[in-house]
Design a protein around this ligand. Sequence first.
Ligand SMILES: [Fe+2]
Ligand SMILES: [Fe+2]
Length: 165
Amino acid sequence: MNSVVDWTQASLTELVDHIVDTHHAYLKKELPLLSELTTTILRVHGPNHGELFQVHKLFHTFKMEIEQHMMKEEDRGFKLMKEYEQNPGDQLQLLKNAVDNHMLEHDTAVSTINELRKVTQDYAVPEDACGTFSMTFKKLEELEADLIQHVHLENDILFPKIKAL
Ligand SMILES: [Fe+2]
Ligand SMILES: [Fe+2]
């Protein structure tokens, strides 16, 4: 399945697999890279661009939050969803509780990424920025765009399917 698919019609398992294979895979690949990049630009440009201390801190806060969140989804909510679809049983309340927890964590991650946009003044690259600086801000902006789509699929499509059960 690809992004033109109408995900509202997909099964729980199809949706979960798509989210893990697309958005969780993207994060697992990009977060370590962005950790190095935000550290490098802090070291090189921090003396002239004090906001890079905040960027470094906020990015690593986000990284920790979203890594723990993905682990919980994969080990808890998503796992229960796939099990429930195979064999609808008495796990439903546990599953609904897991979904409530996952949604709360989305609010935290989204508010951290919103802070990043604020401290970078919408990812404006200063005139004295090097290529690495520009690439880092571009990648942070892509991270935000991916998170928006990721949270949309979970909050607006996947989780309401569970709520409706
Ligand atoms: Fe997720
Ligand atoms: Fe999530």
